[in-house]
Design a protein around this ligand. Structure first.
Ligand SMILES: C[S@@+](CC[C@H](N)C(=O)[O-])C[C@H]1O[C@@H](n2cnc3c(N)ncnc32)[C@H](O)[C@@H]1O
Length: 219
């Protein structure tokens, strides 16, 4: 079973310090919500983000959305060979049941994530998505993998097909992909770094490359 972690994802509610910024207040009003109930989104809160530390990389639910659509619709997931987790910049972990259908529509996805931040599990009866406070290291320990790989543009160069072969030979590998648009991991990731290509790739491209290369060797 391959465990895929989208790590340090830029997924969070609007932080307290910018909840009274006009860009946030107007956006929340348009959506009929309170500023403390809405996701931070760089498309709409660009002006307010300038006031936050790390503002240039925060507010990117779209990265999580595309990664989850790709991973959960994959053949590996349909065949029960994949588990997907999202770890956020604020050390929350989202556990996702493999049968979860992520909304294709971005606005519906945002609404779903806002419900998850409020209720900690959605839908309440099935708990397809569940959120817990947990660090990346704690999540990795809980999975109890036989190998842990951090996808990184400066890592050891391994061709995607070769990496898929390595993953297919393991019992319970964890693969960590950064869910942020720029820069590096902010916390410690003391595991083997793997580069699939000699230039930076988007997170969802790496998700696809990893899953498809893995599938190639197990089906
Ligand atoms: C958009 S990148 C992160 C930002 C990137 N450091 C930059 O400044 O452009 C998102 C994630 O994709 C993965 N990634 C990006 N390029 C990669 C590569 N060439 N090989 C393996 N993983 C890569 C890493 O996990 C990275 O954290």
């Amino acid at each position: 079973m391959l465990h895929l972690v989208i790590a340090e994802a830029e997924l969070e509610l609007v932080p307290r310090t910018i909840r009274d910024h006009p860009a946030v207040v107007n956006y929340a009003k348009r959506r009929g919500k309170r500023p403390d109930e809405v996701l931070l989104d760089s498309t709409y809160h660009h002006a307010a983000l300038k006031k936050l530390s790390d503002g240039e990389r925060r507010g990117r639910p779209d990265i999580v959305h595309i990664c989850l659509l790709n991973a959960l619709e994959s053949i590996a997931n349909k065949e029960g060979k994949l588990r997907v987790y999202v770890h956020t910049r604020n050390d929350e972990v989202i556990y996702i049941k493999p049968e979860t259908r992520i909304p294709r529509n971005y606005n519906r996805f945002v609404g779903l994530m806002e419900s998850l931040f409020r209720d900690r599990a959605v839908p309440k009866n099935l708990e397809l998505l569940r959120m817990e406070e947990k660090s990346l290291v704690e999540l990795v320990e809980e999975i109890n993998p036989d190998e842990i790989f951090v996808m990184h543009e400066d890592g050891n160069a391994v061709k995607p097909s070769e990496f898929g072969k390595i993953l297919s030979g393991l019992r319970n590998p964890v693969v960590i992909v950064g869910g942020f648009p720029h820069g590096d991991f902010r916390s410690e990731t003391p595991w083997e770094r793997i580069s699939l290509y000699d230039a930076p790739l988007m997170a969802w491209t790496v998700v696809n490359e990893v899953i498809i290369s893995f599938e190639h060797w197990i089906f």
